[in-house]
Design a binder for this molecule. Structure first.
Ligand code: GLC
Ligand code: CA
Length: 532
């Protein structure tokens, strides 16, 4: 890397995702709000992250909890108002943090005025802002596309006698990004928030925004079995990742760049080679960070993780900065997946790989599986395919702050239940315990910040077998080895020949490390030096 190049903040920075409904309620309605996030900024600062990404806070009927936007340039009353937003963003900036909003370009709510107009008549000027099609010649839906939430992507509109396309819920009609007026209107939305001072956007389902012009059927997925989601019956080759979407992504970047140091993070699920194209080229860059979800998707063992890391690193264009994610409002909690002791190893991995990490609220407390009683389930993804157990509510439960009523989250009834162990697993309790997950996260984040090798240094993978992942990070005269035991057994490891340990900079455990072996679930960051 060119030493004289100025390092943008988001390369060495760490992003923290806040799910606003579940952070902090201030008015007793059981749903988190902007004033609540502002009141809890101290926690975010104490964690040691750089930027907050807020899931959508715009006016919404909440069919998909805010990912169905009814007005892109306002705040839903459930979260507050514009004044509350302005107050939050100035508080965020005053604390030296950045704020990213969630930009949802693929679809609006069916309650958005644009869609109301669009569906009012075939001749309406906004008709073409959405994707309308006649029935197939033999009748029925225009093609075989399946919504990501299950069922056909097409919804019949009785009033105007056509179908409209929705990649998600029928309450989330897809915008037609081939229409230049849609592009202009959505870029105005970005300007609206950039002018208000936001430091960038996480862009929702970016690879979905353009569809094949001729709407051909998607091919069947030969690997589909009934125990996986209905979406996966088909390969989404014509409904996603179209060449035209890259041109749009470049336009969004061009706009963001006119504002200076802003960042675009794109939500993109694709295999490496196609994923990497979303960086664009040096002369026509696209998003700064195409979200990399592979740690979420990979089986949790050293061999698979090694393959994921090698494959991803090798796929990056020379100018592309990597990034890693381990949890989100859509994915099962990492501690639920791998258990709490291994979740520390996961956190050490996330915070020592090369690239920008994104943390998800609550993972810093090690929140694990949360049981949601049937009558409290809220997620529409569950209701569309109830037998698959793919509800996302258990990752969206309220933050437990202390041992008072409802963990200090609300004085009312929380919109989703708390983690069952909230009275001991909460921020206040973990603040006071040096061995807690929270304080482990703080130590790792502080180490990462202080270490040029970790925040921006080079990366080389040394091994990933026999349950041990081992890699080197080097930079600023520092040479570190990260050694992770992915198992709950004692494992041996070897440093590169002629290297010896200078210092143990971090451990997932409270105990002194042994020589050449790792305790169960032990992860170490070692400063090493060549001997002799
Ligand atoms: C993204 C969001 C998810 C939402 C979907 C539709 O994947 O993260 O929560 O349901 O887009 O907007
Ligand atoms: Ca509230």
């Amino acid at each position: 890397m060119n030493e004289t190049r100025r390092q943008p903040w988001w390369e060495s920075g760490v992003i923290y995702q806040v799910y606003p409904r579940s952070y902090q309620d201030t008015n007793g309605d059981g749903v988190g709000d902007l004033a609540g996030i502002e009141a809890r900024l101290g926690h975010i600062v104490s964690l040691g992250v750089d930027a907050i990404w807020l899931s959508p806070v715009y006016p919404s009927p909440m069919a998909d909890f805010g990912y169905d936007v009814a007005d892109y340039c306002n705040i839903d009353p459930i979260f507050g108002d514009m004044a509350a937003f302005d107050s939050l963003i100035s508080a965020v900036h005053a604390m030296g943090l950045k704020l990213l909003l969630d930009f949802v370009p693929n679809h609006t709510s069916d309650q958005h005025l644009w869609f109301q107009e669009s569906r009012s008549s075939r001749g309406n000027p906004k008709r073409d802002w959405y994707i309308w099609r006649d029935p197939a010649p033999e009748g029925g839906v225009p093609n075989n596309w399946i919504s990501d939430f299950g069922g056909s992507s097409w919804e019949w509109d009785e009033g105007t006698g056509q179908y409209y396309l929705h990649a998600f819920l029928k309450e989330q009609p897809d915008l037609n990004w081939r229409n230049p007026d849609v592009q202009r209107a959505m870029m105005d939305v970005m300007r609206f928030w950039l002018d208000r001072g936001v430091d960038g956007f996480r862009i929702d389902v970016l690879w979905h925004i353009v569809k094949h012009e001729a709407f051909p059927d998607n091919p069947l997925n030969p690997e589909w079995t009934p125990d996986i989601t209905e979406r996966d019956r088909l390969l989404q080759v014509h409904s996603t990742d179209q060449p035209e979407a890259h041109a749009i992504s470049a336009k969004l970047r061009e706009l963001a760049d006119t504002y200076g140091d802003r960042v675009l993070v794109g939500e993109i699920f694709l295999p490496n080679e196609r994923h990497a194209r979303w960086y664009g080229s040096p002369t026509q860059p696209q998003v700064h960070l195409p979200f990399n979800f592979q740690l979420i998707e990979s089986p949790w063992d050293a061999e698979h993780l090694r393959g994921v890391i090698e494959g991803y690193e090798a796929s990056l264009p020379s100018f592309g900065w990597p990034n890693w994610v381990i949890g989100s409002h859509d994915a099962p909690r990492i501690a639920a997946r791998v258990g709490e002791p291994q979740a520390r190893v996961a956190a050490m991995l996330l915070l020592t790989l090369r690239g920008t990490p994104t943390l998800y609220q609550g993972d810093e407390l090690g929140i694990g599986e949360v049981f949601i009683p049937m009558e409290e389930i809220r997620d529409p993804q569950h209701f569309r395919q109830p037998t698959l157990d793919i509800g996302r509510d258990r990752s969206r439960t309220p933050m437990p702050w202390d041992h008072t009523t409802n963990a200090g989250f609300t004085t009312g009834k929380p919109w989703l239940p708390l983690n069952a162990d909230w009275s001991s697993r909460n921020v206040a309790a973990q603040n006071n315990d040096p061995a807690s997950m929270l304080n482990f996260y703080r130590r790792m984040l502080a180490l990462r910040r202080a270490s040029p090798a970790l925040s921006t240094g080079s990366f080389s993978l040394l091994g990933g077998s026999n349950d041990v992942l081992i890699y080197l990070r080097e930079g600023g005269g520092q040479r570190l080895a990260v050694v992770l035991n992915l198992s709950s057994h004692i494992r041996r490891f070897e440093l590169p020949a002629n290297n010896q340990i200078k210092a143990v900079l971090a451990s997932t455990l409270q105990t002194e490390p042994a020589h050449g072996s790792l305790s169960p679930n032990e992860g170490l960051v070692l400063e090493i030096q060549k001997s002799g």
